[in-house]
Ligand binder design. Structure first.
Ligand SMILES: [Zn+2]
Length: 318
């Protein structure tokens, strides 16, 4: 399952010419600034630290480009960080325009999201070279954007194909929870931003990856059955593989935060909630790193190994 999924998905996460592998893409959701005199596409970032460790500091600097009416970005390291990366473009839902200094209040921000005016922009790429320790950052190139667009197209095709095969939309269209009780509105704030169906919580390449993994699990079942595996055995194996897909999904949504203190991909359910996230990291599920398909399978296998080693209670055969 992993090998086949990797073979299909790898072209959508192209390595750099020097062999560095992208392990994460940092995205910012965007809003067009409503004042026509400005009209810039604002990248929404709560803060702009990429690495925030005692001995290693790297941040993204947003550079207003008034002539071109856009917000450029550059990556700045160490002592060259002469600005405060804690100051992003959005606090709670209050947005500040880096170009004209104007602002969008929280109600307007939510309304714009619900009206479908929000977009997204790739802000940085996180790389790891297999022969070198640590991670490196660079700005996105045309190649990165092409790979993403190719994934968008591939998703359309896969969705159509699986829809026919499965007899239902393979992208989950069930409503996201609204929650109940005190704090629920904040805990499930995605709802207020128009992310009202589960499928809305994933970008196109994430959907493509998850559909591919899900499809491979189904194929594994069919293959086991055709090799006359015991039906219960086949069922147990695909159930555990489904747990793996579930774990991959946890690390593969637009609610995953780049953990700049560790330089790793965070996961969706860092708490039991679905709070809105402005800037997120899209991990690469087909590398061997943590938070990826291989890591997820290791987790599930560890849990099973542990559970099956618990000795049965004396005199109790259940
Ligand atoms: Zn502006």
């Amino acid at each position: 399952m992993l090998e086949e999924a990797r073979r299909e998905l790898q072209p959508f996460y192209p390595p750099d010419p020097d062999g560095s592998v992208p392990v994460g893409y940092i995205w910012a959701r965007t809003l067009p600034f409503q004042n026509p005199a400005c009209g810039v596409e604002i990248p929404l970032m709560r803060q702009t630290w990429l690495a925030k460790k005692d001995n290693r500091k790297i941040a993204l600097r947003l550079v207003p480009n008034r002539a071109a009416r856009r917000v450029d970005a550059e990556i700045v390291e160490g002592r060259a960080i002469s600005f405060d990366p804690e100051e992003g473009t959005v606090t709670r839902a209050h947005v500040r325009c880096p170009l004209c200094g104007g602002s969008i209040d929280d109600d307007a921000t939510r309304r714009l999201f619900r009206e479908g005016k929000a977009g997204q922009r790739m802000m940085a790429v996180v790389l790891h070279h297999p022969d070198r320790p640590g991670k490196r950052y660079r700005l996105p190139t045309a190649r990165d954007l092409e790979a993403y667009r190719a994934a968008e197209q591939a998703l359309e095709e896969k969705r159509r194909k699986l829809w026919e095969e499965w007899g239902m939309d393979p992208v989950p269209d069930e409503p996201t929870p609204i929650g109940g009780g005190p704090g629920a509105e904040r805990a499930f704030s995605v709802h207020k931003y128009g992310l009202t169906r589960w499928g809305d919580l994933f970008n196109a390449r994430q959907k493509l990856a998850l559909l591919t993994f899900a499809d491979k699990v189904r194929q594994a079942h069919a293959q086991m059955r055709s090799q006359s595996a015991d039906p219960d055995f086949a069922k147990a194996v695909v159930t555990y593989l489904a747990f793996t897909v579930n774990k991959i999904a946890d690390y593969c949504s637009t609610l995953c935060q780049w953990r700049n203190n560790l330089e790793t991909v965070g996961h969706t359910f860092s708490r039991q909630a679905l709070p809105m996230l402005w800037d997120y990291v899209e991990g690469n599920p087909v590398t061997g790193a943590s938070g990826t398909a291989e890591g997820s399978l290791d987790w599930i296998v560890s849990v099973l190994a542990h559970l099956t080693h618990i000795p049965p209670v004396e005199g109790n055969n259940e």
